[in-house]
Design a protein around this ligand. Sequence first.
Ligand SMILES: Cc1cc2nc3c(=O)[nH]c(=O)nc-3n(C[C@H](O)[C@H](O)[C@H](O)COP(=O)(O)O)c2cc1C
Length: 371
Amino acid sequence: MPDLYRLTRPFLFRMDAEKAHDLTLKALRTGLLPPPPQEVSGPALETTLWDRKFPNPVGLAAGFDKNAAVIGPMLGLGFGFVETGTVTPKPQDGNPKPRVFRNAQSESIINAMGFPNGGAETFKRNFGEFLERRPRPSGVIGINIGMNKGQPEPAKDYRALVRSLGPLADYLTVNISSPNTPGLRDLQRRDALLGLLGAIMDERARACGSNPPPLLVKLAPDLTDAQQKESAAAALEAKIDGLILTNTTTGRPASLPDAFSSRPGGLSGKPLCTASTKIIHNFYKLTGGKLPIIGVGGISGPQDAYDKIRAGASLVQFYTALVFQGPCVVRKINTGLIDLMKRDGFAHIGQAVGAAHVRQDEKEQKSKKSV
Ligand SMILES: Cc1cc2nc3c(=O)[nH]c(=O)nc-3n(C[C@H](O)[C@H](O)[C@H](O)COP(=O)(O)O)c2cc1C
């Protein structure tokens, strides 16, 4: 696969970014790009969370497979889990094109897609096809849900999606952090968040019976310290099952070229990595490590993934690195994680979760003693 990707990359990078993505999806769906066995698993990486078994802690982030059309091929690349969506109740076109821009130098993307997707019915049909596949590849499947543009009562859309798709999901992600749907990020505020989560949990209890999918909330990296405190407290109060940190940023590091930086939308990839790791660190501390975190944002190699795990993430995801490095990056990150764990004397990846805090606490105690 690495060689095949190296061959096709120049061709894909000459195309409009979204067209290249659509072509990749078609190739994956028709089996034109048969993936070689890339799986990396084994006891050191296998992670059980929310009673779900993840063959490894490295997942595909939301947005790549919005319509649940390529779950099987993506698991085949070696991801331990795949987050499908964002899906909205009704199909929608999203924002005017072009709306996805790559910058190869910084290995980053700006997208202003606005949740284009085929709607819940198409999603459900595709998902059903995957479930019927035999043999079915192992791995956990999350469903990331969002509201249609212009929905004046967001809870209505989220409820409808929990009702129709909740029973299929290994976990559900409430996306309230995309910068490309007007009003969506306002749902991160305490009162709005508590109201929305209450409605969603109520629907989940009704629709999913005795085996409800864990409920996660995906947040933006642009929250101020005060907003982070507020969201963390609301997440604990609402008793959700986890957080996904983070979505794309509206920020623009000065290092990016102006022509790229001035594009509207959310920035992902390498320039987001440090900021998103910091947010993971903050939320782990704010929630006392009680709320599992999926860390995402700018991961392009094993060290980035490991830093997020040490900051408090139990699992990690990425999207943009797949565009710039191709499918071999999944294996690279998993095998690299094993090396980093060994270096630090961890027999299991779970032992590294939050390790940065232990070291920080030790340092703080030492400096107190020496005063
Ligand atoms: C083209 C594109 C589309 C995306 N669409 C979604 C989406 O529909 N829902 C969502 O929650 N996140 C979406 N994301 C955000 C990613 O899931 C991820 O949070 C973000 O890109 C940071 O990770 P990365 O730097 O590894 O890409 C999208 C990202 C990109 C690049």
